[in-house]
Design a binder for this molecule. Structure first.
Ligand code: 6PG
Length: 282
């Protein structure tokens, strides 16, 4: 079903956040690029810059539509500030590095964007806690946050989700899901390798103006149904027990959207009209 009245991304906080919007796309690349470009443009018009945090996995490559000439040239890249939503603690040129991936797929194609992209401190990859603290300091510099400012407010956080419902490096049942005040946390027991990582915490994610999940493929079927469908009592318990971290992503005053390809959206087909995926329109 096509939604012809797409609302423009906004930066005015909501008192009560709207229900998540679910976009179903045959190919995610173009609509995702159009969406990110629009959120960026609106952020820059509203407050002069665009702060974005981006996860790893397949996400950096799904952002390649931003480099298509018709989109790339419309973006004011000089106002972008790019963070890693989570990062594996490996050298920056390591094949597992999310920064390396993002740099190769996007950052290195845009002149000077590297100077406004914030990788982890390379010398701290063997010191997870210090790496997390150093990343908080980096964020504080960019967000100019005084000690009294509780959380940074990203314009956009782009996330993937694993088949187990993990997002960022927040894994089912992990104690990091309880963090209430830390901006960035470290872990040394990630079930998805490599085990040592840092990650934005749930309160930071839930303070963002916009959060978008990008999910492709059928492997996430069960998690998608549990999160976006009407929940069975068991699924409601699982959310309470932190077994589906992605279900805990609920921006308090912002917008949440899901970009699903056909294979992922098919998991929701028999849930209509509870869940009606639409197409993204500018
Ligand atoms: O560093 C990581 O491993 C990621 O940030 C992780 O949270 C990822 O986003 C999901 O596992 C989905 O990955 P895919 O998009 O590749 O399925």
């Amino acid at each position: 079903m096509t939604d012809s009245k797409e609302t423009a991304p906004a930066f005015v906080p909501h008192d009560s956040p709207p229900a998540p919007k679910i976009y179903r796309e045959t190919d995610l690349i173009e609509p995702l690029a159009a969406y990110v470009a629009k959120v960026a443009q609106d952020a820059i018009s509203h407050h002069g810059r665009f702060t974005v945090a981006i996860s790893g996995g397949s996400l950096p490559s799904q952002l390649r539509g931003l480099l298509a000439p018709g989109i790339r040239d419309t973006i004011d890249w000089s106002r972008w500030h790019v963070f890693l939503a989570d990062e594996r603690l490996v050298p920056l040129d390591h094949e597992d590095s999310n920064y390396r991936l993002l740099r190769e797929q996007l950052i290195s194609h845009i002149p000077d964007l590297d100077s406004r992209t914030y990788p982890i401190e390379a010398s701290l990859v063997d010191n997870p806690e210090e790496a997390a603290d150093a990343y908080i300091e980096t964020m504080r510099r960019v967000f100019a946050a005084k000690e009294s400012v509780k959380f940074p407010v990203f314009d956009l956080i782009l996330l993937g989700m694993g088949p187990d419902g993990h997002t960022c490096s927040l894994f089912p049942g992990h104690k990091l899901l309880q963090r209430r005040s830390t901006w960035v946390a470290s872990l040394t027991d990630s079930p998805k390798p490599p085990p040592q990582r840092i990650t934005l915490t749930l309160p930071v994610i839930n303070h963002a103006h916009h959060v978008a999940f990008v999910c492709a493929g059928g492997s996430k079927r069960d998690a998608l149904r549990a999160i976006l469908g009407q929940k069975t009592p068991e699924e409601q318990e699982a959310v309470k027990d932190n077994l589906l971290p992605a279900a805990r992503v609920q921006p308090a005053h912002g917008y949440l959207v899901w970009f699903l390809d056909e294979a992922a959206a098919a998991a929701l087909d028999d849930l209509e009209p509870i869940v009606t995926p639409t197409q993204y329109k500018l």
